[in-house]
Design a binder for this molecule. Sequence first.
Ligand SMILES: [Zn+2]
Length: 465
Amino acid sequence: MENKKKDFSEWYNEIIDISQLSDKRYPIKGMNVWLPYGWKAMKNIDSVVRANVDIKEFQEVSFPVLITRDMLMVEFEHIKGFENELYWVTKGGKEKLDIEMALRPTSEAAMYPMFSLWVRTHADLPLKIYQIVNVYRYETKHTRSFIRIREIHFFEAHTAHRDHKESEEQMAEYMEIWKKISSALCLPFHVDRRPEWDKFPGAVYSLAFDTALPSGRSLQIGTIHQYDDNFARNYDIKYSDESGQAVYAYQTTFGLSERLLAAIIGIHGDDTGLVFPPDVAPFQVVVIPIPSDNREQEGFVSSVCTVLTDHGFRVKLDNRDAYTPGYKFNDWEMRGVPLRIEIGGREVGEKSVTVAKRTSRGRQKIEFKELVPGISRLLHEVREEITARAAKQFLELSRRDKSVEDMRSYEGISLSGWCGNRECSDTIEKETEKVVLGINISSPGDAKCIVCGKPGKIASFSRTY
Ligand SMILES: [Zn+2]
């Protein structure tokens, strides 16, 4: 396998192939096939997301994939932002359609006409919904698995509130939800406030969660947007307040995608292969029997699997005859399973198992009667180790740069003073190929603009995916 540090891009493509996460040989560029192992991982990520929004009383919905041209044209900024990326449906059978329809690139234009029917009085608010669906964007740039694709596995939450104050509270709640999700996925990130020209089309402001892959380039892995009443005015989402007056609702959104999986692959993986955080690993534990003459082995292996499965662990028993234990060890290490259990004749005799962690060398013994707390503890340790390793790597991939020259000599995310003017960030981009990700909210501070010297704030700059 490719060396991860030396050629990250090659390593990334290769590990997705050999670990069988997805197959990019489907005959449409940017539309890949999810293979069972990759789809399991994605569904586990979705479960983490669902659990964290459900607890905040979001309701899951499922909207149609088609949006008419008329529905789209309602919000000009919004349609303008997406016009180069839309797929159009123009025919039904042999007939040309009277009204052309687009495949949703995101669902504002699908949902908000319905919001205007659903929202009647202040008692209908807040309205908090989400869906996990595919959206379609005609990418013209070079496509890359889970990072830049044309059929996107998308989580989108949409809310409506009484006023700005309540929609700001929603933005704060998103941050709280995101911290839980990113912590389960062991992902480090900066929060950057996108500049005016790079915010979501139609939003008042957009906050992005940016992480860094080992190439030094940043990867946007989530966004939250404050719309205020911009969309409500266009889609006529009004409610009658306590005094009976019709008032426009205030709205927000939160978006995530399979880029979360891309970040897990890129950040946690190593030269041996993938490393899955226990919360989302397709299998948390793989059980590998070591051939022996012990007649009780099969029964003991089966009890170990049953006890763990009954306690909610995701367990894979690898009893393939055609492969040696050594081959299986390597295979599951490459596929990033957090824990490996080995059971040979000796373990059967001692009523114990031998366990190895994906994140460190060495093995340890766990008594059968201690199996459940023992495996829980080790999974917890793996999560801590992955988190610490990712945090250390992220520190190395971002630094304070006080001049354009410094910035140019550094591959990672540069944190530098910026006045907020586009001319200055354009100059930086020309000189360093790094674009401004926005004012850095995670490490706020005042600093003189490194181009014009005027007062400014610390902003993030990097090459991006
Ligand atoms: Zn400046």
